[in-house]
Write a protein that binds this ligand. Structure first.
Ligand code: GAL
Length: 632
């Protein structure tokens, strides 16, 4: 595959006189893709049933005439006001029951049947009109599902649909009562219509109730997306894509991905570091203008799996953004570095958001490739360098990584539902494993528990809500090393403690007999250095114990190819354990200089430097923010 570049364009934001020149400049820059349409509903259908397609037809033609390929976005993330007037109850309610009203975007509840019908209608009209246009070569459904905390809604529509979902799942209120353990606190129901949403309760709602609600919310989003996908496929054979976000776990991306052809995501490294990173202030200062060296790669590796091997970056940060509390400028070279890093991790296209900075509305302080006065911004200069680099790079083919790291969305919901320790955050535990492996120069595939383990040397399952039979069989048949835990298989699917207690692994004589959680800063030292923190299990076992706390508690247990880790460890201790498993599994590794990361593809070894210092790698100096590649 030869990677390409693209951008996001909003013809409706600019006078028509400049479209031709914009398209010419995009083509001159060497862009292949341009995404349009995803927020344009009020211009396409200004009032009910009154369509104005002519401007969009002309925009499509202008872009097509410049040789650009179009990704057509469905506009369902921004329903116009007349739709809300028609369906006032379509907005989502937050946990406190407060409406999330009109005036920005994503003001809808996934469960509202009337809004679903409006979406099917507009998507059908769009697909009918552009489905066979030769320049429209991809379709994006909606925009950033879940953005601004919009997966979960506590509206009346959600309540009704949740009751239907429960009645299908359990068939009888008795079965539900049993699965949830509703005898506890007299919470039993005699009708599905008695079941409410798990908000506004006096104290903690039943975790089984919350977990089902989280599954339901994810399923609603998945079926909303599928409605659109099915309609578009009636009119077009072009690949379907959605643009996911960073560190968003409210819905199961693998389930959405199953109905689409490509997974893409929106990569804003500096905004992420400021707003959603869990790293400490020193780390944030060190990478202030570069972003976290592993955060982007983690998502490339995750979404490549969500897309069944097909990955795009739909939106790439081109300069300072507007939405973080502080918005530093990327260091010169970072836009190029992020782009080439994405390409090394399999991105078929990197699309810069946005073509030109808008002088109005919410995102007027968000950089584009062009400044509002149409002069080239820094991002454009670097996009041009990337274009030249791609000529030298040529083909990029992904290889299977030696390590599979399992990411499981329901495990995040389960630990959100009943954290037990306030600092137990599932994503961060998985991410720590990723960071450690990447700092050792090891490539990682981040996969779901449904995906194949064949060919991997090591499978890491840092934590798992529940071990279903299919995954259990796959792990039991896997002949590489398995590193599981902590908090592995600690609940049944109904959110109850398993009869045999966790982790209930066939291969290991092992039980978690007790566990403690600890606040930030409190630690239990390990005999061999480093410490356990946050979540520490007491393990009852007859297996070999490889690591213990200084008071004698078993922390790492092994038998044959199975390892069980019973605590959250600091980075150094975790690195020691991972290194020895890598060694025994025959996976080569090397401690990379701080901020330097590498990736093997079939044709190249790519190396890049997120740090502010130069580093040596294989006798070559890599300057701060630079990317180099060795051809094989
Ligand atoms: C994304 C979104 C875009 C734009 C961008 C700004 O979350 O999809 O529409 O808002 O962020 O960084």
């Amino acid at each position: 595959m030869k990677p390409v570049l693209g951008t996001c364009y909003y013809p409706e934001h600019w006078p028509e006189e400049i479209w031709v020149e914009d398209a010419r400049r995009m083509a001159e820059l060497g862009l292949t893709w341009v995404r349009i349409g995803e927020f344009a509903w009020s211009r396409i259908e200004p009032s009910e049933g009154k369509f104005d397609w002519e401007w969009l037809d002309r925009a499509v033609d202008v872009l097509a005439n410049a040789g650009l390929k179009i990704i057509m976005g469905t506009p369902t993330a921004t329903p116009p006001k007349w739709i809300l007037n028609k369906h006032p109850d379509m907005i989502a309610l937050d946990e406190k029951g407060i409406p999330r009203g009109f005036g920005s975007r994503r003001h809808y509840c996934f469960s509202h049947q009337g809004y679903r019908r409006e979406c099917v209608r507009i998507v059908e009209k769009m697909a009918e009109r552009y489905g066979s246009h030769p320049a429209v070569q991809s379709w994006q459904t909606d925009n950033e599902y879940g953005c601004h905390d919009t997966t979960i809604s506590y509206s009346q529509s959600a309540r009704e649909e949740f009751r239907n979902w429960l009645s299908q799942k359990y068939q009888s209120p008795d079965a539900l009562n049993k699965a949830w353990g509703n005898v506890f606190w007299s919470m039993e129901y005699s009708e599905f219509s008695d079941v409410d949403l798990p908000n506004l309760t006096v104290t903690e709602p039943n975790p089984s109730h919350v977990m089902d609600f989280r599954r339901f919310a994810s399923d609603q989003l998945v079926s909303f997306n599928k409605l659109q996908a099915d309609v578009i496929r009636k009119y077009s054979d072009a690949p379907l894509v959605h643009n996911y976000m960073g560190k968003t776990t409210d819905f199961d991306h693998f389930d959405v991905g199953a109905d689409l052809d490509i997974a893409s995501w929106d990569s804003y490294p500096i905004g992420f570091l400021e707003m959603i990173s869990s790293e400490n202030d020193d780390f944030k200062a060190e990478y202030l203008q570069q972003g976290d060296p592993d955060f982007q790669a983690f998502h490339h590796d995750l979404y490549r799996s969500v897309g069944n091997g097909r990955l795009w970056v739909m939106e790439q940060q081109p300069g300072p953004v507007n939405w973080a509390s502080y918005n530093p400028s990327p260091l010169d070279g970072m836009v190029r570095l992020w782009s080439l890093e994405a390409i090394a991790h399999g991105a078929e296209s990197v699309n810069y958001f946005r073509w030109r900075q808008a002088p109005f509305a919410q995102e007027q302080m968000h950089a584009g490739l062009l400044r509002p006065d149409s002069v080239e911004a820094r991002g454009m200069i670097e996009a041009r360098q990337v274009k030249a680099d791609l000529t030298d790079i040529g083909e990029v083919t992904q290889l299977q990584a030696p390590v599979a790291l399992i990411f499981d969305y329901p495990s995040q919901w389960a630990t959100d539902t009943q954290p037990q320790g306030a600092n137990f955050y599932y994503f961060n535990l998985v991410y720590q494993a990723y960071q450690v492996l990447r700092s050792l120069g090891v490539d990682v595939d981040v996969i779901s528990k449904e995906q194949d383990l064949d060919g991997y040397k090591i499978a890491i399952v840092p934590s798992l809500f529940t071990l279903d039979d299919a995954f259990k069989a796959r792990l039991n048949n896997f002949d590489g090393a398995v590193l599981a835990g902590p908090r592995f298989n600690s609940k049944t699917a109904d959110f109850q403690i398993p009869a045999n207690l966790a982790p209930d692994i066939d291969h290991l004589d092992l039980k978690v007999s007790r566990l403690e959680t600890l606040r930030e800063g409190i630690q239990r030292d390990l005999l061999t250095g480093g410490y356990a923190h946050s979540w520490i299990e007491e393990l009852e076992t007859s297996e070999i114990v490889l690591e213990r706390t200084s008071d004698g508690n078993a922390v790492l247990v092994q038998k044959d190819n199975w390892y069980y880790l019973g605590a959250w460890l600091d980075e150094d201790a975790y690195k020691r354990i991972i290194s020895s498993i890598l060694e025994s599994a025959g996976v080569s590794y090397e401690e990379l200089p701080r901020g330097v990361r590498k990736r093997e593809t079939k044709e190249h070894t790519f190396v890049w430097n997120y740090s502010t210092q130069s580093h040596e790698y294989r006798g070559q100096t890599i300057a701060s923010t630079d990317v180099i590649w060795f051809k094989k």
